[in-house]
Design a protein around this ligand. Structure first.
Ligand code: PXP
Length: 257
């Protein structure tokens, strides 16, 4: 049965990007996290990159200490990040691929070929009591590999769907990419994985993804921080929350009708 409540994780990385453009403390990503909580977020997501281009170590310290919402730490599978995760024990850790030269996380983790490299990280994080998720492409082989690795959660990369939508909203390519997400989310549920999704989602693209019944959580950042420039962060998050809730309410209405 479709969970009525689709969780929203607000990614605050780009509040830190703006802060870092000038140095200093403003705008403060921890303040953004507090506002996100008031606006209906269910969790805070932050990616501590190797090059610290946005979130810094001190932000993770403060998020872990000062924010009541569950923290989802996005991290590369490296010894340095593992030590930080074990120290802070966030609610969840999402393992992501990371390349220094990329502008953003361009694709999912290669969990099929990279199994033996990723396995010790999953084992140690799970052993520490952290809920591990793997950021993957919406592909059956990657989902099966996630199960083999012992990860309880996967996050499907929605970037290709969002890019296709930007090229032609509702066009054939966007529909094809959406179908890949739908099939992957169905397979995830069938093999016992909790399924999340994210990357590039906006007011225009969130609806069809929120309608996928077996997706439990969406993680959204860049669009919300960008939209905050025009409407304010709280208003942007509230609107995203409302769009997600509307889709879930409609699918429940249809089922009980
Ligand atoms: N999920 C994961 C695993 C990510 O790496 C990112 C980007 O950091 C997001 C979700 C959020 O993507 P966006 O900022 O494009 O909404």
């Amino acid at each position: 049965m479709t969970p009525r409540h689709l969780r929203l994780g607000v990614n605050i990385d780009h509040v830190a990007t703006i802060r870092n453009a000038r140095g200093g403390r403003h705008p403060d990503p921890v303040r953004a996290a507090r506002l996100a909580a008031q606006a209906g977020a269910d969790g805070i997501t932050a990616h501590l990159r190797e090059d610290r281009r946005h979130i810094a170590d001190d932000d993770i310290d403060r998020l872990a200490r000062e924010i009541d919402l569950p923290l989802n730490l996005e991290m590369a599978a490296t010894k340095e990040m593992l030590a930080i995760a074990v120290k802070h024990r966030p609610h969840a850790a999402c393992l992501v691929p990371e390349k220094r030269e990329e502008r953003t996380t361009e694709g999912g983790l290669d969990v099929v070929r990279g199994q033996s490299a990723i396995r010790p990280f999953v084992r140690e994080l799970v052993g520490t009591g952290i809920r591990v998720s793997l950021f993957i492409e919406p592909e059956r082989a990657a989902l099966d590999a996630a199960v083999a690795l012992g990860a309880p959660v996967v996050e499907l990369h929605t970037g290709a769907y969002c890019e296709a939508w930007a090229e032609e909203p509702g066009g054939a390519k966007a529909r094809r990419e959406l179908k890949r997400l739908e099939d992957a989310a169905a397979h995830a549920a069938a093999i016992g994985l909790e399924c999340h999704a994210g990357h590039g989602l906006s007011f225009d693209t969130v609806g069809p993804v929120a309608a996928i019944p077996t997706i439990a959580e969406l993680n959204i950042g860049h669009f919300l921080v960008g939209e905050a420039i025009f409407s304010g962060l709280e208003s942007a998050i509230r609107r995203m929350r409302a769009l997600m809730d509307k889709v879930r309410a409609e699918s429940h209405g249809q089922k009980s009708a």
